[in-house]
Design a protein around this ligand. Structure first.
Ligand SMILES: Nc1ncnc2c1ncn2[C@@H]1O[C@H](COP(=O)(O)OP(=O)(O)O)[C@@H](O)[C@H]1O
Ligand SMILES: [Mg+2]
Length: 307
């Protein structure tokens, strides 16, 4: 029996708070959310009409794995993670709709910036560097090649756009204006720490994390900065197979590259409501699962079997 691809979910037993491009957030109580990841996929900031088989479960289980690894390696790290099991208030029927793809999390005030960290120069950063020698306006040493590592990982925040808008690159100074000086330095420091810890772990598992995006929230009772959202998935990061890595050329990544290439070739980049060919959706799913297996040491089926 094939597993259904789920792009829309309407749970009956909990109120829905909001929907993002990929996730639906339900309210469990005033401190707790049920964070439900669908199989929706976005590229160039628009959502495809059809989904990627099992993507919601892959992202949920991978994020949970990272919370465990990071918690072990970074003393005092706070995350929003509570449990992979839905609360008793969710009906059995609803439970079957969200199997493997839901997480109970602490509901927090979200800092409205994307904390991007780049370990290697690629994508828009490479394009900017070739023109101006800078990345997000920050001067870089001469002589970097495509996909070279930066001398040190770089914090390059962006705004967090409302649904339908595009994120905008900003300087760390502008980020400090948005979140306040009090929190900006702590967010930067934490983002760099989480990146370097994860990059080291991933390298031990055959993956280079070229760059990634984190989100942070504030625990208003304790004033703690908390790692929230999805973390270190192929949606939020560029993962490269370490065994094939070579400086001076583009890398074959574990993410939506197939989809982006196809959209560009078909002239469908950033168009609404595009339906991907089934083989493309399946190839993307297979690629995401490969990254999952390398990073967790388990197949997705094994991880789901443990729930
Ligand atoms: N612990 C949390 N409390 C409140 N909001 C959260 C928490 N973790 C993540 N979020 C928000 O939930 C949304 C996740 O849905 P997603 O589909 O990924 O959205 P987006 O389209 O913005 O990427 C994001 O807007 C994110 O900021
Ligand atoms: Mg998101």
């Amino acid at each position: 029996m094939s597993i259904p691809v789920v792009t829309t979910i309407e749970l009956q037993s909990l109120p829905k708070l909001t929907s993002g491009k990929v996730r639906d957030l339900y309210e469990i109580d005033d401190k707790t959310l049920l964070f439900v990841t669908t199989d929706r996929i976005s590229a160039y900031d628009v959502i495809m009409a059809n989904g990627v088989p099992q993507k919601g479960a892959i992202l949920t289980q991978l994020t949970a794995h990272w919370f465990k690894v990071l918690g072990e390696r970074i003393p005092g790290l706070k995350t929003h993670f509570i449990s992979l099991t839905p609360p008793p208030s969710v009906s059995d029927e609803d439970k079957s709709l969200i199997r493997g793809r839901s997480m109970q999390v602490r509901k927090l005030k979200v800092f409205p910036i994307e904390a991007i960290v780049r370990g290697y120069i690629t994508g828009s950063a490479w394009n900017e560097y070739q023109k101006t020698g800078t990345v997000h306006g920050i001067p870089q040493p001469a002589g970097l090649q495509q996909c070279s590592p930066f001398p040190k990982p770089l914090y390059t925040p962006s705004t967090k756009a409302e649904l339908g808008d595009h994120d905008e690159n900003i300087s760390p100074e502008k980020a400090a204006e948005i979140v306040g000086d009090k929190y900006a330095a702590r967010i930067e420091e934490l983002a760099l720490k989480v990146y370097s810890t994860a990059a080291e772990y991933a390298r031990e598992h055959g993956i280079i994390i070229a760059d990634t995006k984190f989100e942070f929230g504030l625990d208003e009772e304790t004033d703690d900065i908390v790692l929230i959202d999805e973390v270190l998935t192929p949606d939020s990061s560029r993962f490269w197979p370490a065994s094939e890595y070579e400086v001076g050329r583009d890398q074959d990544s574990f993410d939506k590259q197939f989809l982006r290439n196809w959209l560009t070739k078909e002239g469908l980049k950033a168009k609404d409501g595009v339906e991907m060919p089934q083989e493309l959706a399946e190839a993307t799913s297979a690629r995401y699962k490969e990254a999952f297996k390398l990073l967790t040491g388990k197949t997705l089926e094994e991880a789901l079997g443990e729930l």
